[in-house]
Design a protein around this ligand. Structure first.
Ligand code: SAM
Length: 223
């Protein structure tokens, strides 16, 4: 028996997308990577909209490991409702949607600034045979997720502009179901978000994922 994640159309699409991402991102991000660390940090923190527009050709995907974890968590949670902040070209969305398919269905609401990225993400989800599970919202997540988000969210992936992690969490908190799962990538760049989750009175149990090449945080809404 094979999962949707490992089935031929999805597995070969992901192999191709990860390979293209390695090649494309190295080229697109080269000028940014050449800047001093402080300058890179300032660009990301001060004007994330301009930063993401300047690298709109880059995938900036989750790692293969994090993709596998997203699939596993979505299945384990028996998720029906998933929210994703940061669609890009849809690599993480494919993992989440494959898990929903294997778990019996559901809906991913995913949101992205760049309309050109959403077009490509839709193509990828269509190639994977998973597009029916995904609702794409184009625009700033703080606006696109302000309305029409159902109660009882099972899992949220935070993978967009880091200064928005905490405001978005606050926006979505009333909609989180008991035991909801949160996964945040590059969380060191969002210390206020990590600090909010770490305070016992906020009701989360958090686990940093100890991956040397990535800084992800996993949290459960436990109370
Ligand atoms: C790290 S990439 C997402 C990668 C994607 N999750 C994947 O694994 O393929 C971040 C994306 O979030 C988008 N983004 C950043 N801030 C956003 C915001 N405030 N609203 C909507 N999209 C945003 C960027 O344009 C970029 O494409």
């Amino acid at each position: 028996m094979t999962t949707t994640l490992h089935s031929p159309p999805v597995a070969s699409l992901l192999t191709h997308l990860f390979a293209d991402a390695r090649k494309t991102d190295a080229a697109v991000l080269a000028p940014f990577s050449a800047l001093p660390a402080e300058e890179r940090r300032a660009r990301l923190d001060n004007d994330p909209r301009a930063f993401y527009a300047s690298v709109a050709e880059a995938y900036l995907p989750v790692s293969e490991k994090l993709g596998q974890l997203l699939y596993a968590l979505t299945r384990a949670r028996r998720a029906r409702t998933v929210v994703e902040f940061g669609t890009s070209f849809g690599i993480s969305t494919v993992h989440l949607a494959a898990a929903l398919r294997d778990g019996g269905g559901g809906r991913i609401i995913t949101t992205e600034y760049e309309a050109s990225k959403v077009r490509r993400a839709k193509e990828h989800l269509t190639q994977a045979g998973l597009v029916d599970l995904v609702e794409f919202r184009v625009g700033d997540a703080l606006e696109t997720l302000r309305t029409d988000v159902p109660d009882g969210i099972d899992l949220v992936l935070f993978d967009g502009a880091k200064p928005l992690y905490l405001p978005l969490l606050r926006l979505l908190e009333p909609k989180l179901g008991p035991g909801a799962l949160l996964v945040a990538d590059n969380v060191k760049m969002s210390p206020a978000f990590a600090a909010h989750l770490a305070r016992p009175e906020h009701g989360y149990v958090t686990v940093p994922l100890p991956w040397e090449d990535d800084d992800c945080l996993f949290a459960v809404r436990a109370a």
